[in-house]
Write a protein that binds this ligand. Structure first.
Ligand code: GTP
Ligand code: MG
Length: 370
């Protein structure tokens, strides 16, 4: 709105400058032909002249995600579910995923504590499932919140020998806030001190009433030591996913969510993403937040390389100019020019916003001093 001058507005609605000035003058506002019109004035003038005005937010042009979402899919094909595993620290999230993938990530972690988000794809009865592992440590609230946002289903892990703890409740809140279905995995059932009924009653108290007690929540007891219950858990996940009829359009340009990012020796910035829609190819030009790049390498969860990846696939994307923030959305663009220009504009805008924020702070501080 601030971008329209009086004479421009007059031209657009087919009136004379004099008419516009007169209307505003009658309402007590003095303007000349080169003045910018504010939003209120435009609305009054539109009503007076009986014209439709549409105000365009300049930011809309920078919102590449909204632009992507506005284009419809042309086909809908089934896609694997994305499952985020959340829960209290040390309750057995990584061990559970290790058992499912036959790996030993948990053993290699510093202090046995997960400090980042890992994403993996597994196959069960020929069906793929993508898992996101998250840290349970209290300090990593942000990562759990993001994990819940990137997912279709949340698996909340509760250790049978420890019960519902603060980050169990926090994880439940994140999943509920994200509006995703919850499946409870009661872990460590091999332990002599395991008490499944105790966990269930604590869950019920927290508002998560198990199905077998008349509630809505599936609970599955599992052990990452003996493997007991793990098939059952995977089947429960697949059943839930089936009901959701998850689809995507692999024929479109890609849209992916960044779950974490880093700078790696020999690679430069690496964004670990999960494809939400479309297919991402080596050579694609992408924008993500305020940075951009051309996909040079796609690294799969087993370290192998791929030429292209489809919906729900996790991968490391190499080829960005800068490290994007976790939670940001990556979208493939038509060409390099488009990706670069948009990223630069977004960066400029972010900088201007940051600047106006710091100016405001200094004025406030000034006020406090006076
Ligand atoms: P954070 O990521 O740090 O929150 O921990 P986590 O939830 O990933 O737990 P992790 O898998 O690292 O396991 C914590 C400890 O519990 C480790 O010593 C595991 O060996 C042990 N553990 C995990 N699952 C089981 C289980 O099913 N049975 C038994 N007996 N021990 C388990
Ligand atoms: Mg872990």
């Amino acid at each position: 709105p601030e971008d329209v001058r009086v004479y421009e507005f007059a031209e657009k609605v087919g009136r004379s400058v004099g008419e516009v000035v007169k209307v505003l003058f009658s309402l007590g506002t003095m303007v000349t032909k080169n003045d910018f019109l504010d939003k209120d004035s435009i609305e009054i003038l539109a009503e007076e002249f009986d014209v439709q005005v549409e105000t365009i937010n300049p930011l809309d042009a920078l919102d590449y995600v909204a632009a992507y979402d506005a284009e419809p899919n042309t086909v809908e094909e089934p896609r694997p579910p994305v499952i985020t595993v959340m829960g209290h620290v040390d309750h057995g999230k990584t061990s559970l995923l290790d058992y499912i993938r036959s790996t030993k990530v948990a053993e290699k972690e510093a202090g046995g504590i997960t400090q980042h988000v890992g994403a993996y794809q597994v196959e069960k009865d020929g069906k793929k499932i993508t898992f996101i592992d998250t840290p349970g440590h209290a300090a990593f609230t942000e990562m759990r919140a993001r994990g819940a946002q990137a997912t279709d289903i949340a698996v909340i892990v509760v250790a049978a020998d420890d019960g519902v703890m603060p980050q169990t409740k926090e994880s439940i809140s994140h999943a509920q806030a994200a509006g995703v279905p919850i499946i409870i995995a009661i872990t460590k059932i091999d332990k002599p001190t395991a008490n499944i009924d105790n966990v269930k009653s604590q869950l019920a108290e927290a508002g998560i009433l198990p199905v077998e007690w008349g509630g809505d929540y599936e609970t599955v007891g599992v052990s990452a030591v003996t493997g007991e219950g793990i098939d059952d858990l995977l089947e429960t996940i697949l059943l839930q996913a089936e009901m959701m009829e998850l689809t995507a359009d692999p024929t479109r340009r890609a849209k992916a969510i960044v779950i974490e990012s880093s700078v790696e020796k020999g690679f430069g910035p690496v964004a670990n993403v999960i494809i939400k829609n479309g297919t991402l190819h080596v050579g694609d030009n992408v924008i993500v937040g305020t940075t951009f790049g051309r996909v040079r390498t796609l690294i799969l969860d087993d370290g192998s390389r791929a030429k292209e990846i489809g919906p729900s696939t996790p991968a490391g994307v190499v080829g960005l100019h800068e490290v994007p923030s976790a939670g940001e959305v990556m979208v493939a663009m038509e060409n390099e020019k488009e990706a670069r220009e948009l990223a630069e504009k977004r960066k400029e805008y972010a900088r201007a916003k940051e600047l106006s924020k710091s100016t405001k702070v200094s004025i406030d501080e000034l006020g406090a001093l006076i």
